[in-house]
Design a protein around this ligand. Sequence first.
Ligand SMILES: [Zn+2]
Ligand SMILES: [Zn+2]
Length: 208
Amino acid sequence: MRELRNYPGLPHAWSAAAYLRSQGVLARGYQREAGRVRLAMLGGPTRYEAWVAVAFDADVPAAEEILDEFDALPLPSGSEWEAQTEPDLSRLPTDLAVPCEWCKSDLRPDIDARSREGTPVRCRSCNRDNDPVGRVVARHGPEALLDCYPEPSDPDWIDEPTLRALQLPCQRCLYRLTGLPPIGQCPECAQPYDKRAIIEKSFLDIQI
Ligand SMILES: [Zn+2]
Ligand SMILES: [Zn+2]
């Protein structure tokens, strides 16, 4: 795995990683703490950086070119951007309380997969509207939203056509399994493979 570039925000990094995957390069966007040690000593607020990493070093030259291309694209409008990167709040840890901005009652029972940024959730106690995503960030910080996106270990992180088209190397002979089914045998060396297992293993060293 190789960290390639950092981006001004997590949606931006996710978008860059999705662009790489759409071109066959296994990549992931994520957020990690920046300067953890120094800031902890100073007691300052935690700062986060958004990064894109590619799984395989052999992909780095191609990925650099694809990212140059991505960086030259016009940024999507606010609404398109949000649609692509809308957090799924039903993935929040079940014990995470989300207090109403006005009366502090827990909004959690009314927050589910359909709760979106800009779509208000009405508090049962005081009957006032809250922005669910805004409330999660205000209470738990932006890192809480990391739980709201699929991880490489989730079956729905990469869809079937993308999985098929990714240039994943055979774990024994490095033959590219591009275009082959999710599970099978390497045509070159007969090593059995499972593409989702390869993907999951590729990002294990990212600490977030
Ligand atoms: Zn309330
Ligand atoms: Zn092979």
